[in-house]
Design a protein around this ligand. Structure first.
Ligand code: NAD
Length: 350
């Protein structure tokens, strides 16, 4: 087959709007769940209790031990609470870490999830799960982990600090950029990517300038939804591979690493992906997409290079070794010298 595509839509209900949290009990009822466990991180316990209050007798309890990278011990502890309370589903309120815990419960214990995202990470729109045991993170794709419904309420993102919001938004843009040159793209993915990038690029500077601007937060969350949908439907390339290795090997923060590396991989890959470049030029209103991405990052507080995250330059060769060790799809298969040059450029200050 040439010039066509295969597209599979993921079955999910999405509700987005300021104040939408007030509908949570109806959304849980819509899924036929009677007693749900509300999941959160310790930092978001207060929000989880508010959600439980709104759910009334449909809430079985709150589990507030969600953590980065979904440790198996945390999943086991949450599963024990589910069993004790006789819960028939979960409401995951938070960022990628909390939604990741919900996904692990869905994978191992077949529990349905309703996700209430409070960052721009996009995990709620993907069938990708991750689990960490004995320091090793395993990931996979399984439709069983997809939330049944996603409730986006921009008011819940007003507390996301500007220093977290900016990199989190650029991380979302990276999903759309890579989806545009993915081997499994389609015209629908391209349309979602274009609008997602347009929304985030317009909203992020406003969000960072005025974190309580509900209109800007709404546009940013809509962009995150669209970019997350791109991530869930396509195969990511060199950018995600580089960031996965950097994060795992050097224990770097997820969103910041993606945000720093993005303009460099964009410059490398868009040189051979003119259709993706054209979409991004329209979305960003520019003739130089990598420069516009770097400029947006600088405006919204993305740290100035991997060196600013504390990366030692001598570690870059080890990262390049691991990136080149396992095959992955990319529009341009990079040589060792090219991977090293990309890492060096990302390490340096803007
Ligand atoms: P996170 O979920 O780890 O949250 C970081 C911190 O911010 C937590 O303490 C959290 O409680 C707090 N927080 C979240 N929302 C807040 C808000 N609105 N106000 C105040 N504080 C808030 O961070 P993240 O960036 O959302 O997620 C990162 C993790 O998600 C990574 O481990 C990444 O691998 C994973 N992820 C997975 C997928 C996937 O498809 N499986 C996609 C994207 C990210």
């Amino acid at each position: 087959m040439s010039g066509g595509f295969v597209h599979e839509s993921l079955p999910m209900r999405v509700v987005l709007g300021a104040g939408g949290l007030a509908r949570i009990a109806d959304e849980v009822a819509h899924l036929g769940m009677r007693r749900v466990l509300v999941l959160a991180t310790p930092e978001q316990r207060g929000l989880a209790e508010r959600v439980a209050g709104l759910l009334g007798e449909r809430a079985a309890g709150v589990f507030d031990q969600a953590r980065m990278h979904v440790p198996v011990a945390v999943v086991d502890a949450a599963a024990a609470v589910v069993a004790d309370l006789g819960a028939d589903g979960c409401v995951a309120v938070g960022g990628g870490s909390t939604i990741g815990l919900g996904k692990a419960l869905a994978l191992r214990h077949a529990l349905p999830i309703l996700a209430v995202p409070t960052t721009y990470a996009g995990s709620e729109m993907t069938p990708i799960w991750g689990l960490t045991e004995d320091g090793r993170k395993q990931t996979g794709r399984d439709r069983a982990v997809l939330p049944r419904s996603v409730l986006y309420d921009p008011e819940l993102t007003l507390t996301l600090p500007p220093a977290v919001s900016g990199p989190s938004g650029l991380n979302a843009i990276a999903h759309a950029v890579e989806a545009l040159y993915a081997p499994d793209g389609s015209p629908l993915i391209a349309a979602m990517a274009e609008q997602g990038v347009r929304d985030l690029a317009a909203a992020l500077p406003r969000v960072v300038a005025a974190p309580d601007d509900v209109e800007a937060r709404t546009q940013a969350l809509q962009g995150a939804w669209l970019c997350g949908s791109c991530l869930g439907a396509t195969t990511m390339g060199l950018h995600h591979k580089l960031c996965h290795v950097l994060g795992g090997m050097l224990d770097l923060p997820h969103a910041e690493t993606h945000a720093i590396v993005l303009p460099h991989v964009a410059r490398y890959n868009l040189a051979v992906a003119p259709e993706a470049d054209a979409v991004l030029r329209r979305a960003l209103g520019t003739s130089d997409v990598p420069a516009a991405l770097a400029e947006l990052g600088a405006r919204v507080g993305v740290p100035d290079g991997l060196a600013a995250l504390g990366v030692d330059r001598t570690d870059l060769a080890r990262v390049a070794d691991e990136v080149l060790a396992a095959p992955y799809r990319n529009p341009r298969p990079p040589t060792r010298a090219e991977v090293e040059a990309l890492l060096e450029a990302a390490w340096r200050s803007r």
